[in-house]
Design a protein around this ligand. Sequence first.
Ligand SMILES: C[S@@+](CC[C@H](N)C(=O)[O-])C[C@H]1O[C@@H](n2cnc3c(N)ncnc32)[C@H](O)[C@@H]1O
Length: 206
Amino acid sequence: MTALDAITVDVESLTQPTDLRGLFSQPGPIELEIGCGKGTFLLRQAKAHPDRNFLGIEWANKIYLYAADRMARWGLKNVRVMRADAKHFVIHRLEADSLDALHIYHPDPWPKKRHHRRRLIQPDFIAAAIRALKPGARLAIQTDHAEYFEQIREVTGSFPQLQKTDWADENYGIVGEDIKTNFEIKYEREGRDFHRLAFRCEKRAD
Ligand SMILES: C[S@@+](CC[C@H](N)C(=O)[O-])C[C@H]1O[C@@H](n2cnc3c(N)ncnc32)[C@H](O)[C@@H]1O
């Protein structure tokens, strides 16, 4: 098996519903990043937390291939990347109570009004994300787009299971306000403001 084969996941090969534990060679918490781009956040986290497992999902093929190549070169055992539509995957494939953290950093803002329906953060997606998160798990969302942030705030605010929590959380390697994705680094240089929300997912037994 090549290093690239060990890192990449073929969505079509996965069982339904998908139990992510089968993707990793060690037990331990599982964190998912949606739209992982070139994988900067994921790699940094995976290196800093060898006891945790990290999966990135990226839709754009060129970026996915770049991230996969980079991850393979780093030689980490606890990181995987998959090319898929993460929205479809979370809603239709992911097993309930499978994630310890869900990271969504700089989701595409689709600024034109007629494109808003393409945005990731919509009620159906958040409902599915809550189902996929374990009780007590973390959901963290960061954007530089003020108007999209208002929508994110409104949608997440309509789910009582999502209890706001501190952005900084050393348990998840988030120190201060620093998460350092590629877009964060780029936008920081441009002097853009960031908008952030972090939640603890509270699930009651039915
Ligand atoms: C603005 S970029 C941010 C990348 C990275 N999170 C960062 O902060 O540097 C958004 C990324 O999400 C990916 N993306 C958008 N919709 C997606 C989807 N439904 N499933 C997986 N990836 C998606 C895009 O291809 C793009 O790489």
